[in-house]
Design a protein around this ligand. Structure first.
Ligand code: PLP
Length: 380
């Protein structure tokens, strides 16, 4: 069969907004790096996953769920998980939406809210899907830079918000810098958001920041606000369930959730994922242990990298944003050759930075040693 004409014909069908989009960069694959390095067990520090595993209750719940069979579709309403979230957070289930990862909810929000030409405001450097999903809808995205010290630039945000965005994506803590907004900073930026905007507060890494008394609980801060908002959280990070794909949003009102329900695929969260998340939510001890161990490693690895002469942004998360002093794609290549996967940052102005997630203390030590060697040697 002759397929020669097919690619050109397909290309002509693609919407211009989609044709011009960057692809989401998940980082190098473990198999690819294993082949390149000859290392069988690669050290994967590229996706901010948990090295501390899941609660034993998760494995048990999934096993039980599988024993019941998987020939039926999952509960499209996610009732049991929504009830568990509602109870844990003291909110009505009508204000909770589930997603195939919280990224799914970012996409649903864009689908439900954005018309071509609408303005979206978010931060730079930032999480790429805060830009990609709005652009799929033909929206314009303005990215407000952080300060030179990687802090939140309240003045620049006030100016951007004055232009009346339809959607505002604010991550707290921020990916990739790991920095967090304190309670006062969050209250001030919220006050600057126009009444006609929808605030999306992305707390994917919130569990790691919560031990810091300065870190504001988004739900508490927004509870009394008389305009639309949604707080997004995920089971992918501190709960260690990235492979199951489950996240959730708690919104200001049930009408917003109903709109998201209209644009989502009906069975967007599969049954093992729902079972796993209910079990994970109930194991406070495992969560506390993961958060404590992560905090200790973040402090220790930050100190070690600084002792090696590297600039590291103070992090309230499970990853570090590191100035390598040379082109980070080349540094990442060198690390890949050593069997270590990190993410080279590509946003303009940050091309010398890598983002590295934490792993176990042993793997972190290997990473620190190799990175220090590479940076000391320099890359021409
Ligand atoms: C800031 C931020 N938001 C949302 C997500 C999406 O996470 P998930 O879809 O796994 O819930 C991520 C993933 O890395 C993230 O960094």
């Amino acid at each position: 069969m002759n397929h020669v004409l097919a690619p050109a014909a397909s290309a002509s069908l693609i919407r211009s907004e989609v044709a011009g989009l960057p692809r989401y960069d998940p980082g190098a694959g473990a198999d690819e790096v294993a082949a390149l390095s000859g290392v069988r067990s690669v050290i994967k520090l590229s996706n901010n996953e948990s090295p501390f595993g899941v609660s034993p209750a998760v494995a048990e719940a999934v096993r039980r769920g599988l024993a019941d069979g998987v020939s039926r579709y999952p509960d499209p309403t996610g009732k049991r998980l929504i009830e568990a979230i509602g109870k844990a957070l003291d909110v009505s289930g009508e204000r909770v939406v589930l997603g195939n990862g919280s990224e799914n909810i970012l996409e649903l929000l864009c689908r439900a809210v954005l018309d071509p030409g609408d303005l979206v405001v978010t931060q730079a450097p930032g999480f790429s899907l805060h830009e990609i999903f709005p652009r799929v809808m033909g929206a314009r995205v303005e990215k407000v830079p952080v300060t030179v010290e990687f802090g939140f630039d309240a003045t620049a945000w006030r100016e951007a918000l004055a232009a009346g965005p339809k959607l505002v994506f604010l991550a707290n803590p921020c990916n990739p810098t790991g920095a967090m907004l304190g309670a006062g900073q969050l209250r001030r930026v919220v006050a600057d958001i126009p009444e006609s905007s929808l605030l999306v507060l992305d707390e994917a890494y919130g569990e790691f920041a919560r031990p810091n008394p300065e870190y504001p609980d988004g739900l508490e801060t927004l509870r009394e606000l008389d305009r639309p908002w949604i707080v997004l959280r995920t089971f992918s990070k501190a709960y260690g369930l990235a492979g199951f794909r489950v996240g959730y949003g708690v919104a200001s009102d049930a009408a917003l959730i109903q709109a998201l329900d209209r644009v989502r695929t009906p069975y967007n969260v599969n049954k093992p994922a729902q079972d796993a998340a209910v079990a994970a939510l109930g194991d406070h001890t495992h969560l506390a242990d993961t958060v404590r161990r992560t905090g200790l490693e973040i402090a220790r690895v930050t100190d070690r990298l600084r002792a090696a002469g590297l600039r590291v942004v103070p992090s309230s998360t499970n990853f570090l944003f590191i100035d390598t002093g040379c082109r980070s794609d080349r540094v990442a290549q060198e690390l890949h050759r050593a069997g270590i996967i990190v993410k080279a940052w590509r946003e303009p102005g940050y091309e010398n930075y890598i983002r590295a997630s934490l792993s176990t203390p042993e793997e972190n030590d290997v990473f620190v040693r190799r990175l220090a060697e590479i940076c000391a040697k320099g890359i021409s």
